[in-house]
Design a protein around this ligand. Structure first.
Ligand code: GLN
Length: 537
């Protein structure tokens, strides 16, 4: 282990969904503001190799990194808060751990030993935790352990943490996140679940250093003292984590509770500089005091599950702030959209975004939404499948090819305007085999996208198998849909725009993965700006 790197483990107890990801990201933000280079890692106890093959109903959106890793959506929060890219090393699952250990076993690396959870699986976990430190660029690595303490599947992770605490006692601390529920009948906050949760950790040999208590009400001194006494932590290490109006408030709430200070003290680190969160505060100030508002329709098939479009909805928040506007997102179920109800469903919207996706469910509703936006000249933003729908819609209703389609859905289409990349055709495995991660894109000068980026050379992240079929480029361009973004090496078409429209942009890549508080994504900013213009005209 690099001597200089310190480790903060974040575990959760009592219940899931306490917001470990946001607490981790907020702590990292505070440490970063003090001048410590910090990264966050998420260890997920499920057996999938990565979330790439998971249905969004399971764990929400799959977040994609520059290096093409398909990861947990918490990595999106890490990037949005820290403005530093993450990578494959920042998300590890049990599946990946076991896969690595089994591959080593097949290569004979264990020299005839019996391969066991302890030490082989726990060693692999410890190696993955320390991998980020080995890069040598981080002062502090925050490792969030997915799941809830006491789950069978998180046991090896807690055991790995126990071993690291033992081996590197001065360099590691544990923050345990718990719930302090309010019992309306008793009119009281209850600390017992927290006490039990800490007992459970203690049974596994881990004494938490800091307790972060999620609560709907103020945690008064009495309660803090009680928790401190029963759970063997200092009173200043009992941190109140009240429900916040927005996740972006959490770093400031944690700063007020001095979480970062307590962490640094326990790690034996001093505060290198006075934390300056001015930019963050200004962001919140603008977020809470918008000068105008716009209504944006988000058309997708997972709208009942907002986490499925997490990065998109956060990008709207960033772009709204950049435009001093509140972005009201109307979630529109693509399966319910038909030619008959489209006017009614999309009436009053200042902009329409058609979301990414896979498969045929809801596709005709997405195509109807594109048609509406194109014909009514409502600002339109299509992302990945949304861009492909824009191409299909244009082929059907402008070029006059009624069966134009993507070969993902209709292999026998006589006009396959979206088709599979050659190199994808031979692939049969579903996991990690798409066109993934960052690729360069050359934009046409003066196009809407080049104007938005204020640059004609960009890099954006991808996650797809199908592409604009370049056999049709000329025909599209002659009819007014222009290929304004191309991969400079392969010539693949990455952006399409309609010339004769206030703002109609389809992107084959996923801009939402790169929008952060510090750098709102230019395409989202331009889209919201166009929506404001549309509203005022
Ligand atoms: N299903 C489409 C493809 O694979 C689009 C993917 C997406 O929207 N992420 O090309």
């Amino acid at each position: 282990m690099s001597n200089s790197t310190k480790y903060v483990f974040v575990t959760g107890g009592v219940t899931s969904s306490l917001g470990k990801g946001i607490i981790s990201a907020s702590l990292a933000k505070l440490l970063q503001a003090r001048g410590y280079s910090t990264t966050i890692q998420k260890l997920d106890p499920y057996i999938n190799i990565d979330p790439g093959t998971l249905n969004p109903y399971e764990h929400g959106e799959c977040f994609v990194t520059d290096d093409g890793a398909e990861t947990d959506l918490d990595l999106g929060h890490y990037e949005r808060f820290l403005n530093v890219p993450t990578s494959q090393a920042n998300n590890v699952t049990t599946g990946r751990i076991y896969q690595a250990v089994i591959e080593k076993e097949r290569r004979g690396e264990f020299l005839g030993k019996t391969v066991q959870v302890i030490p082989h699986i726990t060693d692999e976990i410890k190696d993955r935790i320390q991998l980020l430190a080995k890069k040598g660029t981080y002062d502090i690595v925050i490792t969030e352990i997915g799941g809830t303490v006491g789950d069978i599947e998180s046991l090896p992770y807690v055991e790995a943490v126990r071993q690291m605490l033992w081996e590197y006692e001065n360099d590691c601390i544990v923050i345990h996140l718990t719930l302090v529920p309010y019992l309306a009948a008793a009119g009281e906050l209850k600390t017992k679940p927290t006490q039990h949760s800490v007992k459970q950790l203690l049974e596994l040999g881990v004494q938490p250093d800091i307790l972060c208590c999620r609560t709907e009400h103020e945690l008064d001194l009495n309660l803090r003292q009680k928790i401190a006494k029963f759970c063997n932590v200092n009173i200043n290490a009992v941190i109140e984590s009240r429900d916040a109006e927005t996740i972006y408030d959490v770093p400031l709430l944690m700063q007020a509770e001095e979480l970062d200070k307590v962490v640094l003290e326990k790690l034996g680190l001093s505060s290198k500089s006075t934390p300056n969160l001015d930019i963050w505060k200004r962001f919140i100030e603008r977020l809470k005091n918008p000068k105008t508002e716009v209504n944006i329709g988000l058309v997708g098939k997972y709208v009942e599950l907002k986490d499925a479009y997490k990065s998109i909805s956060e990008s709207f928040i960033h772009a709204g702030v950049a435009n001093e506007a509140r972005v009201n997102v109307k979630w529109i179920h693509s399966e319910k959209l038909t030619a008959a109800n489209i006017e009614e469903e999309l009436a009053g919207l200042d902009g329409i975004l058609v979301a990414p996706g896979f498969g045929s469910r809801g596709i005709s509703g997405k195509i109807e939404a594109v048609r509406y936006a194109r014909e009514k000249k409502v600002p339109f933003f299509g992302i990945c499948l949304g861009m492909q729908c824009a191409v299909i819609e244009f082929a059907r209703h402008v070029l006059g090819y009624p069966d134009a389609h993507t070969t993902e859905i209709a292999e026998d289409s006589t006009h396959p305007v979206i088709s599979m990349m050659e190199e994808q055709k031979a692939i049969s495995n579903m996991g990690g085999t798409m066109r993934l991660g960052a690729f360069k894109c050359q934009l046409k000068p003066e196009s809407k996208s080049a104007l938005a980026y204020n640059s004609d050379r960009i890099t954006e992240r991808h996650r797809h198998r199908f592409e604009f079929n370049s056999a049709y480029t000329k025909e599209f361009e002659n009819a007014g849909m222009i290929a304004t973004g191309k991969n400079p090496e392969t010539g693949l078409i990455e952006v399409v725009e309609i010339e004769d429209h206030p703002w109609f942009v389809g992107a084959q890549f996923h801009p939402e993965y790169k929008s952060t508080v510090a750098t709102p994504h230019p395409l989202f900013v331009a889209f919201i700006k166009a929506a404001i213009t549309h509203k005022t005209n």
